[in-house]
Ligand binder design. Sequence first.
Ligand code: ATP
Length: 264
Amino acid sequence: MTTMSASAVVIGTETSRDSERANEVVAADPVLEIAGISTFYGPVQALDNISLRVPEGHLVALVGANGAGKSTLLRTISGLESPRSGSIRYCGEDITQRPPVRRVQAGIAQVPEGRQVFGPLSVEDNLMLGAYTRSRREPLGADLESVYTMFPILKEKRKLPAGTLSGGQQQMLVIGRALMAKPRLLLLDEPSMGLAPLLVEEIFATINQLREDGITVFLVEQNASLALGAADYGYVLETGHVVMEGHGQALLNDENVQSAYLGI
Ligand code: ATP
């Protein structure tokens, strides 16, 4: 089934569990709701009237080619860029004018592109740094253990300098570090970027695990096939516009997505 919304083509399936999940996503309360966002760099318009929602406990993916505006959208959500128009609501509150630090304190954690670990510090110290916005009196042991349960390799290497980890392990570390902040919303920027195919698979196994654990994730990726395969719901961004949206699997099955993003 293909229908038109105000801004984008909505792709759905009539039959399967996919459409049920898509309906669940549409019905669930949003942690993040973006309405009519336009962002400029001087005279250059990077985002044009973007609207999307990320419901509690779901994984939503935004896919698009180089230069489509993915990073700009994440920077707008985290407050590093100010939109010229539109609004951003987080847990029901309008945060469009809030400074970035207050967004972090409110529970929005961003895992930036490029696996930025503190190389000379141990793996465990890197993880502990992720909890810096939390109260000093809060015990962190249980959270550390839950990160280690998710990523056993990090436990094994907890005393080693983070700089000695492989690219895939460093990506796990930055995700683990973000989870130490106990975020209500995790923003992932191109986690597969620059990783060998085997490590990309490993990272997506991790992302699937986050989804199974009910962590609310907004994932931005060029790897449309893996991102949409993991997502409950997806949006396709082209030159600053959302051109399609729908359940991840339904988008993957769409001919236009296949020819533009999957090389099929
Ligand atoms: P990539 O996957 O390459 O990171 P992207 O989808 O994240 O691409 P953006 O980096 O958000 O895309 O860029 C969106 C548009 O805004 C592009 O046309 C880009 O050239 C432009 N742009 C990005 N940053 C700036 C900047 N600092 N000044 C001017 N234009 C910019």
